[in-house]
Design a binder for this molecule. Structure first.
Ligand code: BGC
Length: 381
């Protein structure tokens, strides 16, 4: 009872703060404007979502579910290993599963985590908007739901999302592309092509949006020429983040538009797709273009170091996992979700975002970015 009163007081204080700050910060993925009415709605919803969950914490040693979308890129494999080891170390019983990019498989895995008595379920969705009812089911059962790396869309069944700024990530990718073009490809104009990530992943349109906010003015003033003319996200997206699909699109772009031209640069949304693009260019006898990336995957860190890939963006899995476990600890102790001043509208509610900063990596700054990451530092030889 006492805890409940203290908590409501804390909530009132948080609400006051939220109203005072206008829930500031970036609103990535947001589709509404930040008005007082929005803020009020969010506050009511936050309150009601708190009240459906246990406010008194839960037992040490509780089951914690972690549902990952797939294990196709290094960051998700790292997340699987780190959650398993570190949740156990923190005294919980981890139930970590990956869904092979299949929505139904992920829904079933989450259902079984609820049945297994998970107190918190951490979710990196295959498709941001397809988990609404199973997550609402989790909330009704008193389970906390934390989005991991990707936004959980169109559902009230979410308590918060831990992620790296996704619009910011796209901006960094595009800025690195421009910088690389100036450094490596002489005078403008530069011939470029654009790639996006998997359309079901809420990050992918945000990465693209951030990148286009930097590139569009340069396309408009003639510095950049998208020779294929394909500049819409839907034309550039890579279904399921599948590297092979990206490689075959790059093959077609080269044969269709570059038989008599050099391609100077390519916007790539992550490292796997960057390597597929570079391989396609090499196979076609093109000089390697300037290519961006994301994830600081080991292989791409080596390619950045050797000059084969121009840049990547580091979003350390260890930081994301540590932040998530910090939130789980707060919930376990009965302290609820920590305060944050960043929110994003998920189509239904404004969701609290626990946002970490992504960092661009080129050959020039790689040693300093990875100074605290011995396994990546090791690759810079
Ligand atoms: C993650 C990236 C990853 C991509 C494909 C995105 O949501 O943020 O780190 O490369 O999914 O797995």
């Amino acid at each position: 009872m006492r805890k409940r009163t203290l908590l409501s007081m804390a909530m009132v204080a948080t609400m006051a703060l939220a109203t005072f700050t206008g829930c500031g910060g970036s609103r990535e993925g947001a589709s509404t404007t930040d008005t007082a009415a929005d803020t009020a709605t969010q506050t009511e919803e936050a309150a009601s979502s708190e009240s459906t969950s246990s406010l008194t914490g839960f037992e040490e040693g509780a089951t914690i579910g972690v549902s990952l979308p797939w294990l196709g890129t290094q960051n998700w494999k790292e997340a699987e290993e780190m959650f398993t080891a570190q949740l156990e170390e923190a005294g919980y019983k981890p139930l970590v599963q990956a869904a092979d990019n299949k929505v139904t498989q992920q829904q079933q895995q989450i259902e079984s985590m609820i049945e297994n008595g998970a107190k918190v379920i951490v979710v990196g969705p295959v498709d941001g908007s397809q988990l609404g009812s199973v997550l609402e089911q989790a909330k009704e059962a008193g389970v906390y739901v934390i989005g991991y790396d990707r936004l959980l869309e169109n559902t009230t069944g979410v308590d918060g999302v831990v992620q790296f700024g996704s619009v910011k990530t796209g901006e960094l990718q595009a800025e690195a592309l421009l910088q690389g073009l100036e450094e490596k490809k002489g005078e403008a104009p530069y011939n470029i092509e654009l790639f996006g990530g998997g359309p079901a992943d809420p990050n992918a349109p945000n990465f693209f949006k951030g990148a286009m906010s930097v590139l569009q003015p340069k396309i408009d003033d003639g510095t950049l020429v998208v020779v294929s003319g394909q500049t819409d996200f839907t034309q550039c997206a890579t279904v399921d983040w599948d590297n092979a699909k990206a490689q075959s699109r790059m093959d077609s772009l080269i044969s269709g538009f570059y038989s008599d031209k050099e391609i100077d640069g390519v916007l790539s949304p992550n490292d796997g797709i960057a390597r597929a693009i570079i391989t396609s260019c090499e196979n076609a006898g093109q000089e390697i273009p300037v290519v961006s990336g994301l994830d600081a995957e080991n292989e791409s860190v080596e390619w950045v170091w050797s000059g084969r890939q121009y840049s990547t963006v580091a979003k350390p899995t260890q930081d994301l996992v540590a932040k998530t476990i910090e939130i789980i600890d707060s919930l376990q102790a009965g302290n609820g979700m920590p305060a944050t001043d960043v929110t994003a509208n998920n189509g239904v509610i404004d969701v609290n975002i626990y946002e970490l900063p992504p960092v661009v990596v080129t050959k020039d700054n790689a040693k300093s970015v990875f100074a605290g990451d011995p396994s990546r530092l090791e690759l810079l030889k």
